[in-house]
Write a protein that binds this ligand. Structure first.
Ligand SMILES: Nc1nc2c(ncn2[C@@H]2O[C@H](COP(=O)(O)OP(=O)(O)OP(=O)(O)O)[C@@H](O)[C@H]2O)c(=O)[nH]1
Ligand SMILES: [Mg+2]
Length: 327
């Protein structure tokens, strides 16, 4: 397909063109990569910005249910909502997409919503680039909100947080005073903690859990990108669609403040730089995997083991031989 035509159709909010463009950025073929790069460059100046919301949570916490409820809440207000996923486990399980199709049934039928399951890629770096590019395509296609979901396992939260304007952490009600082993690093990334399943028998537990997290958040170092009172913790019920209005109001308050105080742009700028550095690193690493470099590294590694050369001197040899201009 002609890239100029694809660009025009995306700008006209053509969903099929968007789906096609995402398939293009997901492709590993060199000619597709080149076309994808042209397309993204052609769309760069479109000047459209969505609110990018990252959402993370452990399996079963209710991410899909929340996205369905929250997505419908937003489309009911006339917003266009796109849903993307970074799922490092999708290559393995494959099952979650099937589950999501049934769980997000209402949202997937909503003409103001666009749901794109995670590409089945094993390499997180590859998924990150593709998702980031898909986000850019959704923005160009005029979506108001882009939700980026990830299962909270390891590094994928960082990836999602680095491409989001807001980062939400979904948590389950927990018994006692255990903080569900949520890692400090993840807590530090969260703008809003949502304790889900605050309904029925779980409601009081959810409220206690929420208070615990609020306490934990207060112990964290204050971040410059937050107004007074943020990050916050609150309860929601994705199933009963409770607390969504309040959660959205908090997101808007935070976003408005950040926009007014230069943090919105600042975050986007530093994220763009972060991804630039990541791409450079990935590119250099990829060069180290090529035939010649690989052979040289193997040979030097043997010499290092035999103490014929020091590790640093050997590394210098490899780095000096790298021709980073070819990529
Ligand atoms: N009571 C209650 N149950 C909920 C709520 N939200 C989700 N659930 C239930 O929790 C289970 C898991 O929900 P999902 O939305 O599939 O959770 P998920 O986080 O997407 O799970 P994975 O995709 O496996 O990571 C389902 O049985 C939901 O019905 C809620 O607000 N209240
Ligand atoms: Mg799910």
């Amino acid at each position: 397909m002609d890239i100029a035509e694809l660009r025009d159709r995306i700008l006209k909010q053509d969903r099929r063109a968007l789906a096609r463009a995402i398939t293009l950025v997901e492709s590993g073929r060199a000619d597709h990569r080149a076309q994808a790069a042209d397309l993204l460059e052609a769309l760069r100046g479109a000047g459209r910005q969505a609110l990018r919301i990252g959402l993370s949570g452990t399996p079963g916490v209710g991410k899909s249910t929340f996205i369905e409820s929250f997505g419908i809440f937003l489309t009911a207000q006339g917003k266009r909502v796109a849903v993307l996923a970074v799922d490092p486990s999708s290559a393995r399980s494959g099952g979650s997409i099937l589950g999501d199709k049934t769980r997000m049934e209402r949202l997937s039928r909503d003409k103001n919503a666009f749901i794109r399951p995670s590409p089945s890629q094993t390499h997180l770096g590859g998924v990150a680039r593709r998702t980031r590019e898909a986000v850019a395509l959704c923005e160009a296609a005029g979506f108001d909100v882009v939700l980026i979901e990830t299962v909270g396992v390891g590094q994928s939260e960082t990836v999602v947080a680095e491409m989001s304007d807001l980062f939400l952490l979904l948590l389950a009600p927990a018994g006692g005073d255990e903080l569900q082993g949520v890692k400090r690093g993840i807590m530090e990334m969260a703008d809003l903690i949502l304790v889900n399943k605050a309904d029925g028998d779980l409601k009081s537990t959810a409220m206690r859990t929420c208070a615990d997290y609020l306490g934990a958040l207060r112990l964290l170092r204050k971040r410059p990108q937050d107004p007074e009172g943020f990050p916050k913790a609150m309860t929601v019920s994705a199933l009963e669609e409770q607390g969504l209005t309040d959660a959205w109001a908090q997101m808007c308050e935070l976003t408005d403040w950040r926009r007014a105080n230069g943090h919105w742009e600042g975050r986007r700028e530093s994220q763009a730089q972060f991804w630039f550095h990541e791409e450079v690193k990935q590119g250099v690493l990829a060069q180290l995997q090529t035939g010649d470099a690989k052979a040289q590294i193997a040979e030097l590694a043997a010499q290092v083991a035999a103490q014929e050369i020091t590790p640093s001197a050997a590394a210098d040899k490899v780095l000096n031989a790298l021709d980073i201009r070819t990529k």
